[in-house]
Design a protein around this ligand. Structure first.
Ligand code: UTP
Length: 476
C-alpha cells in the first residue's frame, strides 16, 4: 500500500523521502510497521526540529551575568536565612491531607549507563533486601497514608520502551500495597533520532523508525497530553512533587518543601527546587543561579571554573546550590509550560552511538563511533518560566544516593553505602549502638525502610534493636 499523498508530502517537505524508499525495500510486515510509525510521527514539528537542532548546533543562551540563587537552608535557624519551619511543615501537611498534592516519578529513562534489563524502577536498590526502587517510593507513600490518613495519588512517567513492563511490574507486586486507583502510569513522547552526517531520520536494526524518549523535560508535555493533568485537576490536586526514579532515598513528599513552595513570600508556587551543597567546585552538578530576578540552572560545563571556585567570606562555595532534580510544580504552571514547550523547553542535542539499519545494505549496524543525534528536553529549563521560584537545601547523606552507573560513583554499591551511613547516623541518634571501623565507617549493612522512617525524628517511636553486631546485614 503506497503512502497516502498527505503523508508523502509531509515526509518530502521534511526532506526525509529516503524513509519511503527504505520502506519499499522491507518485507511486508516490517514495511507495515514502519508505515505505522511514519503515520504517527510529529511531521508538523519535525522540519523545525531538524533546522534548529540537527542541521545547526543549537545556540542555547547561557546567562553570563549570574548570581547564586538565594536558598532556604536545611537548618531553619541558620544565619544564611532563618524561617518558620513549623509553619511551612504544617502548611505542607495540610496540603497533603486536603488532597492538594500528587507524587510524580519520572521513570522513562533508558538507564543505559546502569545496563539493567528492564525499567530502572524495577532495579533491586535495597542495600539488604534488594527491594526494587519503585517500592521505596510506594513505602514512603504508605508511611504518609499511615501518618496523615490520606492516599496520595502517584503518577509515574514511563516511555514507550518500558511502559508495559512497568505496568506489569506494579500489577505483579499488587501495587506494593497502594490502591491501584491511585497509581497512574503514562507514557512520555518520543523524538526521532537523526543521522549525524546527513540529518536523516534513522531506522532501528529491525526496521522501525528510530526514536528516543524526549527527556525528563518531556514530562511536562506528557502530563498534559496523557490526561494526567486533567485527572489531577478532577482530584483537586494543585501541586506535583517531582522526583527521579533512580534515587531510592529521595523523599517522594516533603511537607516543609511543599509548604515553602506554596506559601513562602518569594514563591509564586509555580516551580520550586531542592538543592544540595556542592562538595567541591568540580563536582558535576548544575547550579541554581539568579539572573534578571529569575532562577535557572546553569550546567557545570557552562560556568567558567574560576567562577565555580569563588568563595564567600566564610569560605563556602559561592555557587553552592547543586541541582538534584527534585521539584514541586504547580499543576497550572505545568499546563501553561506544556502549551509553550517548543520555546520554554528547548531540546538539548547529544551525539550518541545509535544501533541502526544501514540504509544501503539494510543490515543492522552497531556503531563504534557516535553516528547519531538524540534530542532531549530537560525539566529544569522550565524554571525561568516561573515568576518567582524558591530553592530549598537538603542534606546530601539524608536524601541523595543515586544509582546511575554499574560501578564506581553513583552505583548500586555507593548507594548501598550511603543508605547504610544514613541509617547508622539516624539509628545512633535514636540510641542504637552501631559497630564502626577505624575510619569511623559503619561495620555493617543497614537498610532502613522508607515505611519506617523518612526523617531521623521518625525513629523516635520505632521499635529498634539496642545494637547492631559487627558485619551484620540488617533491614529495619
Ligand atoms: P538520566 O538523565 O539519569 O537518564 O535520568 P537515564 O535515561 O535514566 O540513564 P542513562 O543516561 O541512559 O544512563 C534521570 C531521570 O530522568 C528520567 C529517568 O528515568 C531518571 O529518573 N528520564 C530521563 C525520563 O523519565 N525520561 C527521559 O527521557 C530521560
Amino acid at each position: 500500500m503506497p503512502a497516502h499523498d498527505a503523508l508523502q508530502d509531509m515526509i518530502a517537505s521534511a526532506d526525509q523521502s529516503h524513509l519511503l524508499k527504505l520502506a519499499d525495500r522491507l518485507k511486508p510486515e516490517r514495511r507495515a510497521a514502519l508505515m505505522q510509525d511514519l503515520e504517527e510521527a510529529d511531521w508538523d514539528k519535525i522540519p523545525a526540529w531538524i533546522e534548529r537542532y540537527v542541521r545547526h548546533k543549537p545556540d542555547l543562551p547561557i546567562p553570563t551575568d549570574v548570581d547564586p540563587a538565594p536558598y532556604y537552608p536545611a537548618d531553619c535557624a541558620s544565619a544564611v536565612r532563618s524561617y518558620d519551619e513549623t509553619r511551612f511543615r504544617a502548611k505542607g501537611e495540610q496540603l497533603i491531607r486536603n488532597g492538594r498534592v500528587a507524587a510524580f516519578i519520572v521513570a522513562g529513562g533508558q538507564g543505559s549507563r546502569l545496563g539493567f534489563e528492564g525499567p530502572k524502577g524495577c532495579f533491586p536498590g535495597g542495600a539488604v533486601t534488594g527491594k526494587p526502587l519503585f517500592q521505596f517510593f510506594a513505602d514512603s507513600l504508605l508511611r504518609f497514608r499511615d501518618r496523615l490518613g490520606v492516599s496520595v495519588p502517584l503518577y509515574i512517567m514511563t516511555s514507550p520502551l518500558n511502559h508495559d513492563a512497568t505496568v506489569a511490574f506494579f500489577k505483579e507486586h499488587k501495587h506494593f500495597g497502594l490502591d491501584p486507583a491511585d497509581v497512574t502510569c503514562f507514557q512520555q513522547g518520543g523524538v526521532p533520532s537523526f543521522e549525524m552526517r546527513t540529518g536523516r531520520m534513522m531506522l532501528t536494526p529491525d526496521g522501525r523508525l528510530a526514536s528516543n524518549p524526549d527527556g525528563h523535560g518531556g514530562s511536562l508535555t506528557a502530563l498534559a497530553k496523557s490526561g494526567a493533568l486533567e485527572d489531577m485537576a478532577n482530584r483537586g490536586v494543585e501541586h506535583i512533587s517531582y522526583i527521579q526514579v533512580d534515587n531510592p532515598i529521595a523523599r517522594v513528599l516533603d511537607p516543609v518543601f511543599l509548604g515553602l513552595h506554596a506559601d513562602a513570600a518569594d514563591s509564586s508556587a509555580e516551580m520550586s527546587s531542592k538543592m544540595l551543597p556542592k562538595a567541591y567546585p568540580e563536582e558535576k552538578l548544575g547550579m541554581f543561579v539568579a539572573s534578571d530576578g529569575r532562577v535557572s540552572v546553569i550546567e557545570y560545563s557552562d560556568l567558567p571554573m574560576e567562577r565555580q571556585r569563588e568563595t564567600t567570606p566564610d569560605g563556602k562555595l559561592k555557587f553552592l546550590a547543586g541541582n538534584i532534580a527534585m521539584h514541586v510544580l504547580g499543576r497550572a504552571f505545568v499546563e501553561r509550560v506544556a502549551q509553550t514547550a517548543e520555546e520554554a523547553l528547548p531540546f538539548h542535542r547529544a551525539e550518541k552511538k545509535i544501533p541502526c539499519l544501514d540504509p544501503e545494505t539494510l543490515e543492522p549496524v552497531s556503531p563504534s563511533e557516535n553516528n547519531g543525534i538524540k534530542l532531549e528536553r530537560f525539566v529544569f529549563d522550565a524554571l525561568p518560566s516561573a515568576a518567582q521560584s524558591i530553592v530549598y537545601e537538603t542534606v546530601r547523606r539524608d536524601e541523595f544516593a543515586p544509582i546511575k552507573n554499574a560501578e564506581g560513583v553513583d552505583s548500586p554499591a555507593s548507594s548501598a553505602q550511603i543508605q547504610t551511613e544514613r541509617a547508622a547516623a539516624w539509628l545512633e541518634r535514636a540510641g542504637v549502638q552501631i559497630p564502626r571501623n577505624d575510619e569511623g565507617k559503619s561495620d555493617c549493612v543497614i537498610e532502613l525502610s522508607t515505611r519506617t522512617a523518612l526523617w531521623a525524628s521518625d525513629l523516635a517511636d520505632a521499635d529498634l534493636p539496642k545494637k547492631i553486631k559487627p558485619g551484620a546485614k540488617v533491614a529495619i
